[in-house]
Design a protein around this ligand. Sequence first.
Ligand code: NI
Length: 387
Amino acid sequence: MHSVETFRSLQNDATEWRRYLHQNPELDYRLHKTAGFVAEKLASFGINRIEPGIAETGIVALIEGAGGKGPTIGLRADMDALPILEASNKPWSSKTPGNMHGCGHDGHTAMLLGAAKYLADTRNFKGCVALIFQPAEEGALGGQRMLQEGIMDRFEISQVFGMHNMPGMELGKFGICDGPIMAALDEFDLVVKGRGGHAAKPHETVDPVVIAAQIIVGLQTLVSRNTNPLDALVISITKFNAAQGYHIIPDHVELAGTVRTFQPNLRDFAEQHILAAARGIARGFGADVEFKYRRHDPVTFNHTEGTNLAIKAASNLVGTASVDDKMRPRMGSEDFAYMLEARPGAFIFLGNGPTAGLHHPAYDFNDEALPYGIGYWVTLAETVLAN
Ligand code: NI
C-alpha cells in the first residue's frame, strides 16, 4: 500500500491544474472551458474512452485495469464554481469578477485528474475505474441529470464514491460516517399578503412586515417546541423583501428559506407545518399567505460496505489515527446524494486545514491537500478492485 509520499510527485502538476481552474471559474452547466481542459488532460494521460457532453458539460472517462475482468467503480468530482466576488487575494484569483471557486471544486477536479494520471500509468487493479466529472453541483442538480442520462447503466458502474474538502479539518485527515452523512435540502417561498398604505397611518393597513416578523419567530418554535430535540431540523429564513421606501407599508412581503433534515417524516412535517403556522399567524392578523415548497437533494446516505472500503483506503494512506470514522453528520447537502441512491458507495471529507469556510469570498482550496486526495482515490480504486 502507498503512503502519501507516493503522490507528492504529482503535486506540482495538480497544483498547476488547480490554479488554472481557479483562475477560470465557470457556473452550473456552462463549463465549456473547464470540461475542455479536463478532457484534454485525460487524453494526454493515454485514456482512450472519454465521453464528454453528458448533462451538457459532464464527462465520464474509463480506465481499464491490467488485472483482467472485474466490476466498474465510479469516482466522482464536481467542477462548477459559485457566483461570489473573490477576496482571497491569491495570485491565482478568479479572472472573472463575480465568479469564484468558493467550494473547492477546482481542487476536487484536480485531485481526480491526478488520480486519473496515476491510475492510467499503473493500472494495478482489475475491472474498471469510471471517472465522473460532473457539472452543476451547486443547486442545479447536475448529478441527478447525469443519472437521468443513464451513466450508471451505460458504464456498468456498480459502486460510486465522492469526496469533499472541509475547511477547519486538519490537513491530511479524513472524516466519514456510516449512514446519513449530509442532510436533505428543501427550499420554500412564503408570500405574506396584507394591505399596503402610508406608513404614518398603519391602522388603515394590514401591515405584512409586522406579520412576517411574527411568522419568522413563530417558525422557530416548529424546531424548538414541536419536534423531538434529538432529531435534527433546521428552518432558516434567508430572504425578506418588503417595500423600497421609508414611508410605505407594502401590500406584501416575500420570505424565502431552507429546510435541512435527515428523516423523511421531518421533511413532511416541515412542509405541512410551515404552511399551517404561517397561515394561522397571518390570518390571526387579517392577512394571508402563499406558500411553495420544493424538495431538492435527498440525504447523502453512506452504505456500510462502501463506508468500510473508504475507511480502509484512507487508513492505508494516512493511518487510522488520521481517519475519523465516526464523524458527526453535517447539515449541508450534496447532490452526490442522488448517485448514492442509484448505487451503493460512500462520501468522505478531506481536511483543508485552517482556511476560510466554504462559500466565503476569502476561501481557497489548499494545494497541500492535493496529494492526500489523489492518494485516497488511487488507494480506494486499488482496494475495491484488488487483483
Ligand atoms: Ni461543494
